[in-house]
Write a protein of this length. Structure first.
Length: 272
């Protein structure tokens, strides 16, 4: 009996020691898991802020280091570099309105086709100049088709420029209003092409009308020194340049915050 009591006491002591060791290991494992999760959350937060931070090559944005890069949870406010983009959006909108109204004026004119034919035939560029051969061989024989193409082209150019201007202005705001969307890249490319089309169309009209380079001339004291056809050409090129730069910046841009959050919401796997 005494031997059995000793054996039971020894067994109880061993079980107590095993239980204490199990508790110690469980506590150490819980502490290690907590530290690991904290490190993972910090790493994910830093990676997320890095992905959503400002790029130094982004058009219209300022270059920011890792120290002063804002958190994605901070309010997205326009910086000083965005003032130029905001001003360009106004210019682009005015140019878009000009083309939309010009097209609507043609649509509202019942005598537009006959007036267009008379206008083309009476211009100096139809008889001589770099476009005279094209006018005589292609435009005049198909004057009705060309008139409708001009009408539709002006409307499309104006609408695309207006939509692009609204989107550029929208991105100057903070919060959900200025959030990035997937349609911005094709819209920027379309706006760039619309700007080039606006410049090309007005340049062709200017050449057709025989407009020359702006000079100092008597009798123009109370009129525009630069004809409107030539005035629109550099504006269209500038808009195309701006939107092409925006397209390239968006092409290099990283995924939106929502997509990045979804990516990092997945569990992180670590090797043993």
């Amino acid at each position: 009996m005494p031997q059995s009591a000793n054996d039971l006491q020894t067994l109880a002591q061993e079980q107590q020691a095993l239980l204490m060791e199990a508790r110690r290991r469980l506590g150490a494992r819980t502490r290690i898991d907590g530290e690991r999760r904290a490190v993972q959350r910090e790493a994910q937060r830093e990676r997320l802020e890095t992905l959503t931070g400002y790029e130094s090559g982004h058009k219209g944005e300022i270059s920011m280091s890792a120290v002063n890069r804002p958190s994605i949870f901070a309010t997205r406010l326009p910086r000083s570099g965005n003032a130029a983009l905001g001003a360009s959006a106004v210019i682009q909108a005015v140019l878009g309105i000009e083309f939309v109204l010009s097209s609507l004026n043609k649509l509202a004119d019942a005598h537009y086709l006959s007036d267009f034919a008379a206008f083309v035939r009476s211009t100096p560029g139809a008889m001589s100049g770099v476009l005279s051969s094209l006018i005589q061989a292609l435009v005049l024989p198909n004057i009705a088709i060309v008139a409708r193409l001009v009408e539709i082209s002006e409307l499309l150019i104006g609408v695309v420029l207006l939509i692009g201007a609204v989107d550029v202005g929208r991105r100057r705001f903070a919060g959900r209003v200025g959030a990035q969307h997937g349609y911005e890249r094709p819209l920027a490319l379309g706006s760039a092409l619309a700007g080039l089309a606006a410049a090309g169309l007005t340049l062709s009209i200017g050449i057709l009308m025989g407009e020359g380079l702006p000079t100092i001339a008597v009798g123009r004291a109370f009129s525009s020194a630069i004809p409107i056809e030539l005035f629109i050409v550099p504006l269209g090129v500038a808009i195309a340049w701006l939107e092409l730069g925006r397209f390239l910046a968006l092409r290099r841009a990283l995924p939106p915050v929502a997509a990045v959050r979804a990516r990092f919401a997945q569990p992180v796997r670590h090797s043993a």
